[in-house]
Design a protein around this ligand. Sequence first.
Ligand code: NDP
Length: 285
Amino acid sequence: MPVNIIDGRQLSDLLIEEMAQEVKVRMAQGHQQPGLAVVLVGEDPASTIYVRNKIRCAEKAGLFSVVTRLDETCTQQELEDVVNELNERDDIHGILVQLPLPEHLSEERIINLIKPSKDVDGFHPVNVGLLSSGQATLIPCTPLGCLEILKREMGDLSGKHAVVVGRSNIVGKPMANLLLQANCTVSIVHSKTIDAAALCRQADILVAAVGVAELVDDNWVKPGAVVIDVGINATEIDGKRKLVGDVNFENVAGKCRAITPVPGGVGPMTIACLIKNTLVAAKQN
Ligand code: NDP
């Protein structure tokens, strides 16, 4: 059977279009326009592009959006003042502080300061706790996007063996939690795992969120598995800058049933899920 290369851009466009319709209908019914605030500290080129894409998609979905830019050298207090002000605004339902922050700023303090009801990244400890206890909450966008892809590709995930490579708070752990809630049998692989490849070869679903370019090769993959590549790694090939994932796409595509490409796979779905979370937050308000 030929491999299905999952088009995350197309799926994301579809979801954003559906949400735009929903926003239109809700506003016609007299509901407030959902509002998303994004805070960007400094001018890191990758973060600047991510923020631009998020705002573009928010606007496509009919959301009201604001971007607050702070200088690279801003103080913790200045950043906290911005978050506090956004926490109090009635027209803002979702707040996202683009990470990573410059080293002199505490990400933990900022994550903990955002009101859990406006935490559209799903990183606040209250939302993390709700997710791990299986209660409705705002779920981190990247794993939520991966789950959406998997459900559309495979339908019911019950009984599947899912292996998640990576155990970060923003991708690996919430991904494992979501797969567990979808009734998968879940294994988590990390840097101390012995023979990661052997464990991964048992996976019906393999999610790679490592940050190591092309770590997952075809000898890590069971024939017919569905492979989700979260990684975004900038490399240089023949003097040209290129983005590659955590999976060796060429080799693995020859072995699996379906795979997400990098770019154009998980990335766009992450943004669609940010819009989804903002809508959820606005509805709960
Ligand atoms: P982190 O660096 O926070 O976590 C990486 C994880 O991979 C850690 O748990 C680490 O293990 C594990 N790991 C590292 N090396 C190995 C190895 N050789 N074998 C097995 N496990 C290993 O990364 P993130 O989770 O934040 O991001 C992962 C990737 O996803 C990055 O490329 C990032 O750019 C990308 N990303 C993409 C997004 C998107 O929208 N597409 C969004 C967020 C991230 P240990 O805990 O033991 O150190």
